[in-house]
Design a protein around this ligand. Structure first.
Ligand code: IMP
Length: 351
């Protein structure tokens, strides 16, 4: 049985959560393949509003099992909060969410480094430590979820990583927010006890999904952010640090490209962007302000005002090509009610 991939066609916030929730009714599994708590899905269900950052929104449908794959970077404190809040509201998580032991962990020092290197100011990041966590992963210094289960091992790993972070602070002439020794001791205790709580959810998610596909079960692969925030194919350097395009579903979950037989692209009927970087169809400030308030365009993760603009078909066409999108789901068309005429970009002219 094939797997279906959901991707954002713009700069994220296209309404993927809603569509994943809608399609979940026909799925057995929903699997998240990249990103971290920088993403935010808002789903309204039965009069209640759920904002999820890590757990796939498929969790809100009874019977669906969810996977957080190896391509995701995990803030496990955040994950724990999300689990507790869902359980409190009657959404069962235990036994339905499976975490890849190979997922890399975001530690507090990743947020320190993000601030130290001013990535938040340069790129306009979500300040969740995403970039530095992926930097460590690619630099082969990252600490993975499975490593948290052995406290002594974790303490040693943290000591080594904190030494590097200490050197970096010294190079920037800035003090560490917490001493290396104190951080090593408190974090090795704290993170290993959170991991012990999560242990029943840790699984070989690659085999889990491959076996599910062999049994003929249906898997929905949930992307985070949008095509133009992809580390390779996006508007670099104003991107996130992970693959957000359909190809990431293969490496981020351990599925073969030929198993991803359907790709659905989600696009807003207009364009939004949070953070810095080019946006060719951006509204002038007065219109942007009015439109943003009317459309409720504020970030689900940071509450930041989103930049707003007209629908850009140049972008959309490129997104369709690089993701292999077969169906496009256009969201938020109703927000454009009230405009006498709409503008749509069909080509760029060099200024
Ligand atoms: P980071 O992922 O926090 O490193 O941020 C990098 C860039 O991606 C910034 O421009 C963020 O505003 C943007 N970004 C990250 N996650 C999202 C999202 O879920 N929606 C929209 N923009 C995002």
């Amino acid at each position: 049985m094939p797997a279906t991939v959901i991707v954002g066609c713009q700069w994220g916030d296209e309404g993927k959560g809603k569509i994943v929730d809608y399609l979940s009714g026909r799925m057995d599994w929903v699997a998240r393949y990249s990103g971290g708590p920088n993403a935010g899905h808002t789903v309204k269900l039965g009069g209640e509003i759920f904002v999820l950052h890590l757990i796939p929104s498929g969790i809100l449908r009874p019977g669906i099992r969810c996977v957080i794959g190896n391509g995701v970077v995990l803030d496990i404190d955040h994950l724990l909060e999300e689990i507790n809040s869902l359980e409190k509201r009657g959404v069962g998580v235990l036994g339905r969410v499976f975490l890849s032991g190979a997922a890399h962990i975001i530690f507090p020092y990743h947020r320190w480094v993000e601030e130290l290197q001013r990535q938040d100011v340069r790129v306009g990041t979500t300040r969740r430590g995403i970039g530095p966590a992926y930097q460590d992963k690619m630099g082969r210094n990252g600490i993975r979820l499975l490593e948290l289960l052995d406290r002594r091992w974790l303490r040693e790993r943290l000591d080594g990583e904190l030494a590097r972070v200490e050197t970096l602070h010294a190079a920037y002439g800035r003090p560490m927010p917490q001493s290396r020794q104190e951080a090593r001791e408190t974090w090795s205790r704290h993170f290993s006890s959170v991991a012990a709580f999560l242990e029943p959810m840790i699984a070989d998610t690659v085999t889990l999904l491959q076996d599910a596909l062999d049994r003929g079960e249906r898997v929905l692969c949930e992307g985070s952010q949008g095509t133009f925030l992809d580390i390779d194919l996006g508007t670099y350097p104003f991107v996130t640090s992970a693959p957000t395009t359909a190809g990431g579903a293969a490496t981020g979950l351990g599925l073969a490209p030929r198993q991803l037989t359907k790709v659905i692209g989600i696009a807003k009927a207009y364009t939004t962007r949070v953070g810095n970087g080019p946006m060719p169809t951006e509204f002038a400030p007065a219109l942007a302000d009015r439109f943003r308030r009317q459309a409720g365009e504020f970030g689900a993760t940071t509450g930041r005002p989103r930049r707003c603009g007209w629908l850009d078909l140049v972008l959309l066409r490129h997104a369709v090509r690089v993701n292999g999108i077969q169906e496009v789901c256009l969201t938020k068309l109703d927000v454009l009610r009230g405009f006498r005429s709409l503008k749509i970009a069909t080509a760029y002219r060099r200024g």
